[in-house]
Ligand binder design. Structure first.
Ligand code: UD1
Length: 418
């Protein structure tokens, strides 16, 4: 198992290129199951989660080839299996995204039931309820979701009590090949949903309302397949922006989309960062001052992403003043707090709210990452701490950040992977 060793206290300066979005790439690659012809996807980040999904699709008989480091061609013309096995689903919950496409195109799916995970329960009831409304018969047997439908799925009126990114994606994909119209009320509005929808439209689907909370999908007979370029990763961009706000310095993010980052940029500006942007780049500068403590509350898009909460927690530990960070999406997403406290942070958590009292500086320590964003929070803490920090649990980091160590080193951080 690799670990990161960071000698903190260096400012970040220079330019970094943002990779393609993990959370857009995963549903788009899963959507290849819907297409009759060749699918070609570019700007796919090189990440463990993408590898896991490729292994899963290949195990089902999808012909997968990498045309270069960040481009993948997929052909699901000759599927040999409709099963997503336990050993792959347990590595990555997003494997559930093959359920809707398999059912819509082949009339059957057998997907290992995703268990709980470090950040919360993460039920899939909304995925299943929506597919049942579309005519699927679904049973949970021996740890597997066994789903089938007679003939085609049929369009349905679906209402979600709360906003789910994954359920919206699964049902939107399924609805593309259903008979008639599907309406998803209280749909998620995340940029990754819009990207998936635009990709499906390019391949022949009829989807309206992207970016709003009401999606209307008119089923079509087939999707042809075709090309799609994945949007930039807004959470990776937010991670680098938070890092430079914590360490000081000036960095340019190339291949970033500022239009996806209004909430994050607003909060970072409130802490004192200077941010300017063009259509596909962001310049952020934090010079000669410490960040100010700022309260945050996570919310579905366009609110502040839950995936940024751990990063704001790390920043708040060394900000001037006291702030409250409220997590509203996942019930157990403060696992990083105990580790930050081992670095000297003054944080107390009650229910879903963390109270952080900013201190002069953290000190380096050995810390263990519990999940993907927690690992990035600990890396940011290590970048500002005095002395040496060793971050264990890099397998979490590698699920969602492409070469974060090399990118930070290129900006002047003293960071090595061992
Ligand atoms: C996706 C993102 C993840 C992000 C999250 C929220 C991917 C691969 N992952 O996860 O990085 O943190 O959105 O922005 O895109 N829920 C239910 N029943 C369901 C589905 C969800 O109760 O059937 C609950 C979850 O437990 C959670 C909340 O709804 O509390 C939001 O989850 P959801 O939006 O579905 O997250 P994911 O799609 O799993």
């Amino acid at each position: 198992m690799s670990k990161l060793v960071i000698n903190g206290g260096k400012q970040l300066n220079g330019e970094v290129s943002i990779s393609g979005s993990k959370n857009a790439a995963l549903p788009i690659l899963s959507a290849s199951l819907l297409a009759e012809g060749l699918v070609s996807v570019s700007n796919v980040p090189k990440l463990q989660d993408v590898e896991t999904l490729i292994d899963l699709l290949a195990a089902m008989g999808v012909n997968v080839s990498r045309t270069d480091d960040h481009s993948i061609e997929l052909n699901a013309a000759n599927l040999t299996s409709h099963t997503a096995p336990y050993h792959l689903v347990k590595k990555m919950r997003a494997s559930i995204l093959v359920l809707g496409p398999l059912l819509a195109r082949f009339g059957q799916a057998n997907v290992s039931f995703p268990g709980g995970c470090a950040i919360g329960n993460r039920s899939v009831d909304m995925h299943l309820e929506g597919l049942r409304a579309m005519g699927a018969s679904i049973n949970i047997e021996h740890g597997y979701i066994r789903a089938e439908c007679v003939g085609q799925l049929r369009g349905a009126e679906i209402y979600h009590d709360s906003v789910s990114v994954g359920a919206t994606e699964n049902l939107m994909m399924a609805a593309c090949l259903a008979r008639g119209q599907t309406v998803i009320h209280n749909a998620a509005r995340e940029p990754e949903i819009v990207d998936l929808g635009e990709c499906l439209i390019r391949w022949g689907a009829k989807v309206k309302g992207l970016g709003s909370s009401k999606l209307v999908i008119e089923g079509v007979k087939t999707l042809s397949g075709g090309f799609h370029r994945v949007i930039p990763d807004r959470i990776e961009a937010g991670t680098f922006m938070t890092a430079v706000t914590a360490t000081g310095g000036r960095i340019k993010l190339a291949n970033a989309d500022p239009s996806h980052l209004y909430a994050v940029m607003k909060k970072l500006r409130d802490t004192g960062a200077r941010i300017t942007s063009n259509r596909n780049s962001i310049l952020i500068e934090m010079s000669g001052k410490k960040s100010k403590a700022v309260d945050i509350k996570t919310a579905p898009y366009p609110g502040l992403p839950t995936d940024m909460q751990a990063l704001f927690t790390a920043l708040s530990t060394i900000s001037v003043g006291t702030c409250f960070l409220e997590e509203t999406i996942f019930e157990n997403r403060f696992m990083h707090v105990q580790e930050l406290k081992r670095m000297g942070a003054d944080i107390s958590v009650k229910d879903n709210i963390a109270r952080v009292v900013g201190i002069q500086n953290l000190y380096g320590a050995e810390v263990m990452a519990s999940d993907l964003r927690a690992s990035a929070a600990l890396i940011i803490a290590g970048l500002v701490a005095s002395g040496k920090t060793t971050v264990f649990g890099m397998e979490h980091t590698d699920r969602g950040y492409e070469n974060i160590d090399l990118k930070l080193a290129s900006l002047g951080a003293d960071i090595v992977r061992i």
